[in-house]
Design a protein around this ligand. Structure first.
Ligand code: G3H
Ligand code: 13P
Ligand code: ZN
Length: 306
């Protein structure tokens, strides 16, 4: 069934586990996440970025995800990830998304509040939950304390932001970044900062840029021709600490992409005579599904579907 993020995440924050929010782009990725959730008896969020909407078209991609949710024995949410402006968020509310993110993290504090509030005002009357972001997702290695303070979420303003906007979920910046190259050396998050934010807010918190970039996946892709030198992600231990401190939604895109691409490369390399797309994309989908299942176990959401 199709549900809001809020319905999944409020119990998660209360009980100390997190819901995986997996980026999907096409039939195979939507099926991979939905099948993983069903097999793990886990709730899950299928999320779509504006660039996927440009790639696939809104009716195609929202139709796929809606169908996956309607056929699913476990609760799934359909979420707009990194909504870039009011118009995109409003369009997704109208298209039946059960949750939208409005990403005003690049704006000044008051402007972020105003934009977020505008989206809340169109989403809430339709029962759609809203995620906003405070602070910037950027690498923080080799940065001074002052530089970190300027980039990461300020715990002092987080509670005010939540109060004044009425958002349901807050994405925080604590040292993660998007993609496969998150750190050069030290793979650490600002857990102390998260602790303070968590004490000052009670809504579910969201961790973007949470892929672990497993070395076995990097090695597999490399074995079959990829060039991914220096790829590094968030250690699973840091993820567990973050969940214990109120992170209830964890965004994963890169690890799914790596699993998919490594397997496409493998099939093409091992079976040069193969040209049936189903024989190439089917195993890639299964590889994505395995990664999604392992995330559900790590996040503690396995077995939590009613
Ligand atoms: O933040 C979300 C993604 O990892 C970037 O996704 O390439 O679909 O915009 P995109
Ligand atoms: P990763 O690039 O670490 O998978 O993060 C994805 C994300 O935050 C999507 O919003
Ligand atoms: Zn993100």
């Amino acid at each position: 069934m199709l549900v809001t993020n809020k319905a999944l995440m409020v119990p998660a924050r209360k009980k100390g586990y997190a819901i995986g929010a997996f980026n999907v782009q096409n039939l195979e990725s939507a099926q991979a996440v939905a099948e993983a959730a069903a097999e793990e008896k886990s709730p899950a969020i299928l999320q779509i970025t504006p660039s996927v909407i440009k790639y696939a078209g809104l009716p195609y991609i929202s139709g796929l995800v809606k169908t996956a949710a309607q056929l699913s024995p476990v609760p799934l949410a359909m979420h707009l990830d990194h909504g870039e402006d009011f118009e995109t968020a409003a369009k997704c509310v109208d298209a039946g998304f059960t949750s939208v993110m409005i990403d005003g993290s690049f704006l000044k504090f008051e402007e972020n509040i105003a934009l977020t509030k505008r989206v809340v005002d169109v989403a809430h009357p339709k029962g759609v939950s809203v995620e906003a972001e405070l602070g910037k997702l950027a690498g923080i290695e080799e940065r001074s304390v002052e530089e970190k303070d300027a980039i990461l979420t300020d715990p002092k303003t987080a509670a005010e932001f939540v109060e004044r906007t009425g958002v349901d979920m807050l994405a925080v910046a604590i040292g993660t970044s998007h993609g496969a190259y998150k750190f050069k050396s030290e793979t650490k998050l600002d857990i102390e900062r998260l602790k303070v934010i968590s004490e000052k807010t009670s809504i579910p918190l969201v961790l973007h840029g949470a892929s672990s970039v497993p070395q076995w996946l990097v090695e597999k892709a490399t074995r079959f021709g990829a060039s991914l030198g220096g790829a590094k992600g968030i250690p699973e231990e840091e993820i567990k600490k973050a969940i214990a401190l109120g992170i209830a939604k964890i965004n994963i895109d890169t690890d799914l992409r790596l699993a998919f691409t490594a397997t496409v490369r493998e099939v093409l390399a091992i079976s040069p005579k193969e040209f049936d797309p189903r024989k190439i994309l089917g195993p890639a989908k299964d590889a994505m599904k395995d990664v999604a299942k392992s995330k559900m176990r790590l996040f503690g959401s396995s077995g939590k579907a009613p």
